[in-house]
Design a protein around this ligand. Structure first.
Ligand code: ARG
Length: 468
């Protein structure tokens, strides 16, 4: 053993004084990067096996290293591992313990490797694992949306523009709009995974190694599709983390929109849906309260995810090649982004399938606001009135309905004929399009809100979820 200890025994090199105590603490990352221990150990095992395969280590040395790493893995899982801030990061904590456990052979593990390519590999492995989890949770949520939508293909509600009642739609159709958003998010996530799934290891500090490394071997061992082509790029860029955070930001933007709607819909004023009690909270002073805390909180958490995207973009900005210590700052935003997105998905997976539609309230609201006015205009057009004239006529009818405080379907046939300018222009069949279900059912082309159309969309959606 050399005379130095702790971090110094691994990195002292040319330095003549011991690192300042504050600097040790300030520059260390082990408090937050220890969560990558599994990936770090997996990467080291693959590296050791590769070094043996090219004859840099003997088979026996590689076996001892792997056994040592396995027992460190167990120590960490059992909570028996002593993490030390003095050892800076997860990489040096584990390497130093390996040397403690197996002696000089442990000192050979870091041959042809730098923490620069090691950490780049660990983060990619970590994020890939996280993406696979998140993908599963998204897939479950897509299925939950399909379930809820299929129970509500015939549930009529008002559709809104400008948050003003606009036209009748089906609740199933509304939910399938959420489905489309999330299916694109999952697609973006998969795209991000595909681009990140390349191996940095072998880049060493920045320029590659003098040893005849078999990088493809390591890539295969670790499940990477390929190796990073350029060593400088491999150790320095964190664009995959930015990309993931951008995907998370778009996803959270979508969640914030859904959650805003849930907050509105569960209010007394709307009363469109009931949320399960176990996803709501009471008030410490007002005994009658049932607050939609979960959707509110998801809406609020969107902000921190956007913040992480900005943090990572700014972290990367203007960095000269190759590795800079700035990059150590990539982890906290990235990890928090992973945690936040995962937690929001868990919450939504519990919440969404258990939403109850208040069918009667939704239907009653769909009648308010003259939501079938466009249908009346379309009806007149089908009977030969030019659209602009029809628009004008219906505007007059609506103004009269407002004055007389009645719904459009409450006019008599004679009234409607008089307004339209002739008894031949409006028939008894007009009343079918003036009620919300008739209005919605008439929108029966692909992408429309008709119950039958939504049922067909749901069938396709099941296929699309399964086929990726
Ligand atoms: N803890 C460092 C990080 O997270 C590991 C790489 C440090 N490399 C170095 N040469 N200082 O980025």
């Amino acid at each position: 053993m050399s005379s130095t200890s702790g971090r110094d025994s691994l990195v002292v090199g040319r330095l003549e004084e011991a690192t300042d105590a504050f600097v040790l603490d300030f520059t260390s990352s082990v408090r937050f990067d220890q969560r990558m221990y599994r990936q770090d150990i997996r990467g080291s095992i693959a590296h050791a096996r590769m070094l043996a395969s090219i004859g840099v280590l003997s088979a026996d040395e590689a076996d001892r290293i792997v056994a040592g790493l396995d027992s460190i893995h167990k120590e960490i899982e059992a909570g028996r591992f002593q993490w030390s801030v003095t050892l800076e990061d997860v990489h040096m904590n584990i390497e130093s313990r390996l040397i403690e456990l197996i002696g000089d052979t442990g000192k050979k593990l870091h041959t042809a490797r730098s923490r620069n390519d090691q950490v780049a590999t660990d983060i990619r492995l970590y994020l890939r694992d996280a993406i696979d989890d998140i993908d599963q949770a998204m897939t479950a949520l897509l299925a939950g949306l399909i379930e809820l939508a299929s129970r509500n293909t015939d549930t009529i509600m008002p559709g809104f523009t400008h948050l003003q009642a606009a036209q009748p739609i089906t609740f199933g159709h509304h939910l399938m709009a959420w489905f489309e958003m999330l299916l694109r998010d999952r697609d973006r996530l998969r795209d991000c995974r595909r681009r990140l799934n390349r191996l940095p290891l072998g880049a060493a500090a920045l320029a590659g190694s003098t040893f005849p490394l078999d990088r493809e071997f390591v890539a295969r061992e670790l499940g990477f599709d390929d190796v990073c082509e350029n060593s400088l790029d491999a150790v320095s860029d964190r664009d995959f983390a930015i990309e993931f955070t951008a995907v998370a930001s778009v996803t959270m933007a979508h969640f914030s929109r859904w959650c805003e709607e849930l907050v509105l819909w569960s209010s007394q004023q709307f009363s469109f849906v009931s949320l399960p009690d176990r996803f709501c909270t009471g008030s410490s002073i007002m005994p009658q309260k049932k607050n939609p805390d979960v959707p509110e909180l998801i809406r609020g958490k969107t902000g921190r995810v956007y913040g992480h995207l900005t943090a990572l973009l700014t972290l990367m900005k203007s960095q000269p090649l190759a590795y800079n210590k700035d990059n150590q700052e990539d982890k906290e935003p990235l990890f928090d982004c992973v945690d936040t997105l995962r937690n929001c998905l868990t919450a939504l997976n519990g919440l969404i399938p258990n939403i109850e539609a208040n069918v009667a309230n939704m239907a009653a609201a769909a009648v308010e606001g003259y939501t079938t006015a466009t249908d009346l205009a379309d009806y007149l057009v089908k009977r030969g009135t030019p659209f602009r004239d029809a628009h004008h006529i219906v505007g007059r009818v609506v103004a009269r309905a407002v004055r007389e405080k009645r719904h459009l379907h409450e006019f008599s046939l004679a009234d409607l004929q008089a307004e339209a300018g002739g008894s031949n222009l409006v028939g008894e069949d007009v009343f079918a399009v003036l009620i919300p279900l008739g209005s919605a059912s008439a929108r029966a082309h692909i992408g429309g809100t008709a119950p039958a159309t939504v049922r067909a969309a749901i069938e396709r959606a099941r296929q699309r979820v399964a086929s990726g």
